[in-house]
Design a binder for this molecule. Structure first.
Ligand code: NAD
Length: 486
C-alpha cells in the first residue's frame, strides 16, 4: 500500500516538474481535449497512469490559477489607494426588459432601493411580473422565506417618467442596443440626474466614449456590462471610457462586491473583451459550417471539451433573427434561409436544430439539406476531426485575447480568463483562453492562425503570438502595459 502511494507521489512530483519545465518552452504533450474523451476511452482505467496523473495536475493547477486570477481581477492598476468612493443608496434602471429586470434584482436583493423606468405601462407590468416570478420560484425552492419576495419587491418602484431618477446615485441604462436611442437617454440623464450621480450603460458592444460625449459630465459615465440572466451570471465587465473618473471606477468595483459579482475592468472596443472574443469564435464557427461541417459536430466538440453550450446551441437560444429582417440577404445565407423558414431558434421550436416540447435538441435534416445546398459539400465530407474543429475555434480566441491585450483594452491576461470563466462558462479544468493557450503552446496556435490568415486576409496572427512562438514564455505572464484610456 505504502509502496503504491509512494510510487504515486513520486510520479506526481516527477510529472509536476516536467510540467513546470515544459510549460512555456514547448507545448505540453497531453492536450486536455484528448484527455477528456481520451486515450482512456469513455471510462477511466482502474489504475493510475501517468496520463491520468498529468491530467489531475493540470486540473488542479487550473483551479489554483483561477482562484488567484479572480482575486487579481479586483486590483485596479494605477488607481490611488485613497480614491474617495461615491455613496450608492438609490439606483435607477432604464428598461424593464431581459436585462433591466435582472439587473434590478441584483440591487433589490442586496437591500438597495431601485426605480425602474419604462415607456409603457404594459412593459413595466410585464417586466416587474417577470422579476416577481423569479423571486417566487427561488422562494418555492426554499432559497429564502416567502416574506423575502415581498420585501425585495417593495424595494422596486416602477415609473414611466425618467424625471423620477433625479435623486438616484447610480442610473443603469438597459434599453435596446441602438446608439441613437442611448444618446437620447444620456442627453436626458445629463439634464435630469443630480450632480455626482454615476451614469452607466449596459450596452453589449457600443462605443461608450460616444455615449459619454453627449453629456456635460463624461467623468461620470461608465459601462456596467451585465451578462444574461443578469440576476444569475456572476460576471460584470466594468468598462472604463476615456474620461471616466477614478472614483467612478473604484465605486463600481466596490459595488460589484456588494451585489455579489466578479468584476473585471476593461476598455472600450467593439464587444469589449468577452463579446469580442466570442465574435472571433462565432466567425470561425460560421466559416466551418460554410465548408460543410455540421453545427452539431461543432457543438458536440465544445460539449466534450466541457462547455455546456456550443456556438450553434447558443445561436438557437439567443435567436437567429438578431440583426436579421425578412427578405434580408446577409453574409450568412444559411442563417437567412433558416430564418425565412421561420426556424429562428428555440423560441420558434426550430433553428439549426429541431426541438421537442421539452426544448431537447436533435440534428435537423432540413438544416443539413440547406447547408449542403448552400456550400455544395455533402454532409460529413469536410473530413475534420473533433480536435481540428476545436483548434479552428479555440485558437482564434487565444489570438483575439492577445490582440485585446496588445491594444491595451484589458488589464492583464488572467482577467480574460476570469471573463470567460464567469461570463461564458469556460470549463474550469482548462482555466480560460490564456491558461488553455499555454497548455497547447504558442507554436501550435500560431500554425492554426497562419493557416487561417492564408485564406482570409482579415485574420491576423497577433504579434505577441509570433513572439512567444519564437522566443518562448507563457501567455499568462504577459505584461503588455495593462489597460490604457484617453
Ligand atoms: N440580452 C442579453 O443577453 C444582453 C446581455 C448583455 C447586455 N445586453 C444589452 O442590454 C441592453 C438591453 O437588452 P435587453 O436584452 O434587455 O433588451 P429588451 O428588448 O429585452 O429590453 C429593452 C427594454 O427597454 C425598454 N425601452 C426602450 N426604450 C426605452 C426608453 N426610452 N425608456 C425606458 N425604457 C425603454 C423596452 O420597452 C424594453 O422593455 C442592450 O443594450 C443589450 O445590448 C443584452
Amino acid at each position: 500500500m505504502l509502496g503504491r502511494m509512494g510510487l504515486k507521489l513520486g510520479l506526481k512530483m516527477a510529472l509536476k516538474m516536467r510540467l513546470t519545465v515544459f510549460r512555456g518552452l514547448k507545448p505540453y504533450p497531453l492536450k486536455p481535449y484528448l484527455l477528456k474523451r481520451g486515450p482512456f476511452g469513455d471510462t477511466m482505467p482502474p489504475t493510475d497512469t501517468p496520463e491520468i496523473l498529468a491530467w489531475e495536475i493540470m486540473m488542479s493547477d487550473a483551479a489554483t490559477y483561477m482562484n488567484e486570477a479572480t482575486q487579481k481581477a479586483r486590483v485596479i492598476d494605477g488607481l490611488a489607494e485613497n480614491v474617495p468612493m461615491r455613496v450608492i443608496e438609490k439606483v435607477g434602471i432604464i428598461g424593464a426588459g431581459t436585462m433591466g429586470g435582472g439587473i434590478a434584482m441584483n440591487f433589490a436583493t442586496a437591500g438597495i432601493q431601485v426605480t425602474i423606468v419604462e415607456t409603457k405601462e404594459e412593459a413595466l407590468t410585464r417586466g416587474l411580473g417577470v422579476v416577481r416570478g423569479n423571486y417566487q420560484r427561488s422562494a418555492d425552492r426554499g432559497r429564502f422565506p416567502q416574506e423575502e419576495v415581498d420585501a425585495r419587491m417593495d424595494r422596486m418602484t416602477g415609473v414611466l417618467e425618467m424625471e423620477k431618477l433625479a435623486d438616484c446615485d447610480l442610473v443603469i441604462e438597459a434599453v435596446f442596443e441602438d446608439m441613437g436611442l442611448k444618446k437620447d437617454i444620456f442627453t436626458n440623464l445629463d439634464r435630469i440626474c443630480k450632480p455626482g450621480a454615476i451614469l452607466a450603460t449596459n450596452t453589449s458592444a457600443l462605443n461608450i466614449d460616444e455615449i459619454a460625449g453627449v453629456t456635460q459630465r463624461p467623468q461620470d459615465v461608465i459601462g456596467l456590462h451585465f451578462f444574461s440572466p443578469a440576476n444569475v451570471m456572476k460576471l460584470l465587465e466594468i468598462v472604463r471610457a476615456d474620461e471616466t473618473g477614478d472614483d467612478v471606477v473604484a465605486t463600481s468595483m466596490a459595488l460589484a462586491v456588494t451585489i455579489g459579482k466578479v468584476a473585471t475592468l476593461v476598455g472600450v472596443c467593439p464587444g469589449f473583451v468577452g463579446n469580442r472574443i466570442l465574435a472571433a469564435r462565432q466567425r470561425e464557427a460560421q466559416a466551418l459550417v460554410n465548408q460543410g461541417v455540421l453545427p452539431w459536430d461543432v457543438d458536440n466538440a465544445f460539449n466534450n471539451f466541457g462547455f455546456k453550450m456550443g456556438p450553434f446551441q447558443m445561436s438557437d437560444l439567443a435567436g437567429l433573427d438578431i440583426g436579421w429582417k425578412k427578405g434580408a440577404e446577409t453574409g450568412n445565407p444559411i442563417r437567412d434561409r433558416l430564418c425565412e423558414m421561420d426556424r429562428r431558434g428555440q423560441k420558434t421550436g426550430a433553428g439549426y436544430y429541431d426541438y421537442d416540447e421539452n426544448r431537447q435538441r436533435s440534428p435537423s435534416a432540413v438544416t443539413e439539406e440547406i447547408i449542403a445546398d448552400v456550400t455544395g459539400v455533402a454532409a460529413g465530407a469536410s473530413g475534420l476531426s473533433e480536435q481540428d474543429i476545436l483548434a479552428r475555434l479555440l485558437h482564434p480566441m487565444v489570438n483575439e485575447a492577445l490582440l485585446i491585450l496588445e491594444e491595451n483594452k484589458a488589464q492583464r491576461p488572467s482577467d480574460v480568463d476570469v471573463i470567460w470563466s464567469f461570463g461564458y462558462g469556460w470549463p474550469g479544468d482548462t482555466g480560460g483562453p490564456m491558461f488553455y493557450g499555454d497548455m497547447v503552446g504558442a507554436g501550435e496556435i500560431l500554425a492554426t492562425m497562419q493557416a487561417l490568415a492564408a485564406d482570409n486576409p482579415a485574420i491576423k496572427p497577433a504579434k505577441t503570438l509570433e513572439k512567444l512562438a519564437k522566443e518562448g514564455g507563457r501567455f499568462i505572464d504577459l505584461d503588455l502595459g495593462g489597460l490604457k484610456t484617453g
